[in-house]
Design a protein around this ligand. Structure first.
Ligand code: CA2
Length: 144
């Protein structure tokens, strides 16, 4: 199996800033733990602060025989019709994840533009949200 984890804007700062909201673990720690836990799954990673680059990466994944994408679109979650359209256009499941529980935060974080286009949503479990997203793809695949 092959799964792509994608992070949007500012998530390159994980582990360096705002540990009270996003924890102190880095994305490298998270990826290492996931690859150890699921050695038979190829887990690729991509981060960009740029909306169009996230869309380009999603589209490129259509030629990579990927089983699914775990996407933390960061603040683009709440604004991006373009990402919504891109997610709708791909031929694999996209799981929306968030580190924090966005529903416990400011009102503007309560609405997601991308949720209707995603297979499901996971939020509020810290970096474990990524693990749960990966496992959602693995288990969905096993059911088919
Ligand atoms: O909780 C999440 O995962 C979010 O997607 C994170 C986004 C935020 O805009 C969403 O509402 C919820 C923000 C990512 C910023 O990441 C940082 C990480 C460390 C330090 C500063 C920012």
């Amino acid at each position: 199996m092959k799964i792509l984890i994608m992070n949007g804007p500012n998530l390159n700062l994980l582990g360096q800033r705002e540990p009270g909201i996003y924890g102190s673990g880095t994305m490298d720690d998270c990826l290492n733990a996931l690859r150890t836990l699921h050695p038979r799954v190829e887990i690729d990673y991509y981060q960009s602060n740029i909306e169009g680059e996230l869309i380009n990466r999603l589209q490129a994944a259509m030629n990579e025989h990927i089983d699914g994408v775990v996407l933390n679109a960061g603040a683009y979650t709440h604004t991006s019709i373009a990402l919504h359209d891109a997610i709708r256009s791909v031929n694999f499941p996209v799981i929306e994840v968030h580190i924090s529980n966005v529903h416990q935060r400011e009102d503007f974080r309560h609405h997601s533009m991308i949720s209707p286009a995603c297979k499901g949503v996971i939020c509020g479990f810290g970096l474990n949200s990524y693990r749960l997203g990966v496992e959602a793809i693995i288990y969905a695949r096993q059911e088919n």
